[in-house]
Design a protein around this ligand. Sequence first.
Ligand code: PRX
Length: 633
Amino acid sequence: MIISTFEEYNATYKKSVDKPEDFWSEIASEFYWQKKWDKVLDWNFDEPNIKWFINGKFNITENAIDRHLPEKANKTAFIWEANSIDANHRVITYQNLHDEVCKVANTLKSFGTKKGDRVCIYMPMIPETIFAMLACARIGAIHSVVFAGFSSSALAGRIQDSDCKIVLTTDGACRGAKDIPIKAVVDEALETCPCVEKVLIYKHTNTPITINKAKDIIWQDVVPSALSTCEAELMDSEDVLFILYTSGSTGKPKGVVHTCGGYMVYTCYTFKNVFQINTGTDSKDLFWCTADVGWITGHSYITYGPLLAGASSVIFEGVPTFPDAGRFWKVVDKHKVTHFYTAPTAIRALEACGLDFVTPYKLDSLKVLGSVGEPINEEAWHWYNNNIGKGKCPLVDTWWQTETGGILISALAGVTPTKPSFATLPLPGIQPLLVDDKGNELFGNNVEGNLCIRFPWPSIIRTTYGDHNRCKEAYFSTYKGLYFTGDGCRRDENGFYRITGRVDDVMNVSGHRIGTAEVESAINMHADVVESAVVAYPHDIKGQGIYAYVIVPSTTKNHDNLRKEILAEVTKIIGPIAKPDKIQVVSGLPKTRSGKIMRRILRKVAEGELTSLGDTSTLLDPLVVDEIIKGRL
Ligand code: PRX
């Protein structure tokens, strides 16, 4: 199952395309199934209807935990590194993990939680968050993790959309120098969420909280005394494992649905092959993915992939720049991290702080580096490769999405070639193609177009929660018979893929996916805003920044105040990650005669590409463009 040479990659890839069902069946056979599947795959991309390992019965936590216990009970599953540099780290072995997950699972059961119920997890990066996810999976409840930086209104929307019965949270969270009162955010959200019956609160920061006697239960009062064994619920391969909300180009965020069987097989397979980590009982390999479990990277490569593979990982509560910009490297040396996986935005931010924060550290334990979340520019690639990897660690640029569940295009560390700013080659089982705007396939090399995938892989999105048609429209309707990624891509002369960024109205700000429509609707909540248009522009650290054009009545004179209020509004409705970097007040927006906003023009202005605006004469009011250019920030 582990590919160890380039030749083997080529042969494996060929087999995976020629005989996908045999290929995945062999890989799936390495897991523990209580009942084997009857058929490997059923699919069409029209409805879409995709099913893997049909009628297979098992539980993902038996594969991620119990299966390892005979040999690895005392092996480290996680080392938790706190936000505070003075706090002790925690070591959680596979046996500890088993016991803690079962205790939380039994607690959830005592609340009446059953298979299929939705449980929202709104927690910071602490081991209990992982226990909570796995406890849901243990009893067949569907977890919906919401990033703990989202606002109460964003949280409420997600709880309501999937009708969550239970919320798991903490009193507070520490992120860098900030203390965030998490429970207070939950309290506010629950004012509009009557579906929630119980709230389980892990006391983490001792932040004072208000207790609602009807619903609130303190974790420490019930979980420690719960039983440390819990029979795993028998799940079907296509039972839902989790929902994770992500932004699209239109409307509110959609709940991407992943199911148990395919997700298990794919995340484990890709984890082992991309990172080439030794997961043996006595192996000293230590993986560290710096993402938050609130995003798909945290689901697939903090929680599920590494545990399914029986690996040891670091989980980190803090931020890269606290107490200073050497924190990542201090943690690498402290725990002797061997495999380090982070986002380009973190690399760029640390690069900007200078090498003084790197040189005090040895970093000699590192063997493999990874990048995820957005295109990594060549400069950041080289900085990471030279100063962190010391030129001796393969650097894998892993391209994938919430909807894909796992990595689709990436080098295999030390096995297949790398190339700065290229994700390089598709993993076995992945059949990418490029199409032009009309959907014609672009054959051969040295071509650029829209990235699609023509055949399903086990962890492909199954539906969008509560609205299957949205899934069909967003991913399977643009180009008939293909999964459309929303990304632009170039295939170079060697057939290597380079992702060039989104071609739809989705922005990627510091590796976070944010829809322009979402930000616009938050801005429009400000009483003075008549209309707004949001676009992304290149940003040195964040990759993309948010540029908002707003129309307000001429009576609104104090624009500095207006900007502050808009930022507060966006923070309230979505969260601080969606705050525009620039807000330009305009008297009109460039629109076609049919009233459609010409975002292309707004994007060019925001990017400073003023000479290539194209033909503006067909606009309803061409003069508006001159005004926008003059007032450009
Ligand atoms: O545009 C691509 C970019 O992130 C998008 C997916 O975002 P999300 O669902 O939040 O998942 C992020 C973590 C997997 C993609 O459509 N993206 C992700 N990884 C890369 C990337 N762009 C370029 N290179 C990457 N390695």
